[in-house]
Design a binder for this molecule. Structure first.
Ligand code: IMP
Length: 174
């Protein structure tokens, strides 16, 4: 793919794919015999979720939730709204929420509280990335790809102003 000059690759396609395979194997071993539902957070998780789901060698179902937060382009305000809801109940199910990045944690905190009201059997978080230095609330990430510094990153589902989601790697925008 032709690279934009302002991108600095942090995680190559090979590195991402290797990490996703490990996460998938961990989830498969933890959820044997369970009623597993992967809940992808739109839109940023869609590529990660597509690869992760294929790395989990178990029967599972997939659903999506769309969230919007009121904030500026690069910072969440903490006021979150569900714009697209799950299509099926999760009562009694073992849910793994699949997210692209946990930044301040405010979006995920809201989502976890919302999901708990639907009485799943369990809920855990799988996030490709976290930015620990930016955390404003603690969100337990049971399955983590990589921790990064306070950089704005794009690719592998992550966007800036709607662009870059289709890059097969994760890059910092300089
Ligand atoms: P939080 O509520 O601050 O944790 O924000 C989480 C959401 O902000 C993520 O799901 C992304 O949509 C977005 N976000 C945070 N950091 C980045 C980044 O570096 N690149 C692209 N999107 C980001």
């Amino acid at each position: 793919m032709k690279l934009a000059e302002n991108l600095n690759v942090l995680f190559s396609e090979e590195v991402l794919q290797a990490r996703v395979r490990i996460l998938g194997a961990q989830i498969a071993s933890d959820y044997q015999g369970r009623d597993l539902v992967l809940v992808g957070v739109l839109k940023g998780s869609f590529i990660f979720l597509a690869d992760l789901a294929r790395a989990i060698d178990l029967p599972l179902s997939i659903d999506f939730v769309g969230l919007s937060s009121y904030g500026d382009a690069t910072e969440t305000s903490g006021v979150v709204q569900i714009t697209t809801d799950l299509t099926r109940p999760i009562v009694g199910k073992d849910v793994v929420v699949v997210e692209d990045i946990v930044d301040t944690g405010l979006t995920m905190k809201y989502l976890l509280e919302n999901l708990e009201t639907r009485h799943p059997r369990s809920v855990r978080v799988c996030s490709l990335l976290t930015k620990p230095s930016r955390a404003r609330v603690q969100v337990p990430v049971s399955y983590l790809g990589f921790s990064i510094e306070d950089k704005f990153v794009v690719g592998y589902g992550l966007d800036r102003a709607g662009l870059y989601r289709n890059l097969p790697f994760v890059a910092e925008v300089k």
